[in-house]
Design a protein. Structure first.
Length: 191
């Protein structure tokens, strides 16, 4: 299989189902940002962190491929003439969302209560996690806009929302585990 096809040389790309759209189309931007998020999670997973977090991140990366495939499918061509779905992949389910919630609850039990917003940073690994959180929020914003135009599986959008929350809690837990300073944001008064 050749990597280069030359079919995108004029600024278009094909969705699953064959529909060609401009490379700047909101659908491409949506799943492209999910792909970017997935790469950031790979970088985070490559850090010296608890094996459990690595396993959870690997599972999340798998789910993000599912979300990306859902976003990359032309809704008008998602179902074949036979009535069968074009993509033979599992959907995002409430169970996947609940797993993120369970992981957040478990991490929060070990963390001090949050009294202020937290400035990203304190340790390179924590910073990688905050970058992933921000990319996740951007993916969610783009997917939300796409959903307004062409609705897709609602659990996918919900998963992105919950994932950004998970990444925030993970950043706090990594700060705690790495004994990095968690800097509270306290607005400075002008003098």
């Amino acid at each position: 299989m050749k990597i280069y096809t030359k079919t995108g040389d004029k600024g278009t790309t094909a969705l699953f189902g064959g529909t060609r759209v401009p490379k700047h189309h909101i659908r491409i931007d949506s799943y492209g940002t999910v792909d970017e998020l997935n790469s950031h999670l790979g970088l985070l997973r490559d850090q010296d962190i608890n094996q459990h977090y690595k396993e959870v991140l690997m599972d999340i990366q798998d789910k993000l491929f599912t979300v990306g495939a859902i976003l990359a499918t032309d809704p008008d061509k998602a179902v074949l003439k036979s009535g069968k779905e074009r993509l033979n992949i599992p959907k995002i389910s409430e169970t996947h969302i609940s797993k993120l919630e369970h992981e957040m609850d478990a991490m929060n039990e070990a963390l001090p209560p949050m009294t202020h917003f937290v400035l990203p940073g304190g340790h390179q690994t924590v910073s990688f996690c905050h970058i992933a959180r921000c990319v996740c929020r951007r993916a969610e914003r783009l997917a939300s806009e796409l959903n307004d135009m062409e609705p897709f599986q609602p659990e996918s959008l919900k998963y992105l929302n919950r994932l950004s929350d998970y990444l925030f809690v993970l950043a706090r837990k990594l700060s705690y585990d790495l004994q990095a300073e968690e800097i509270k944001w306290i607005p400075q008064k002008e003098s």
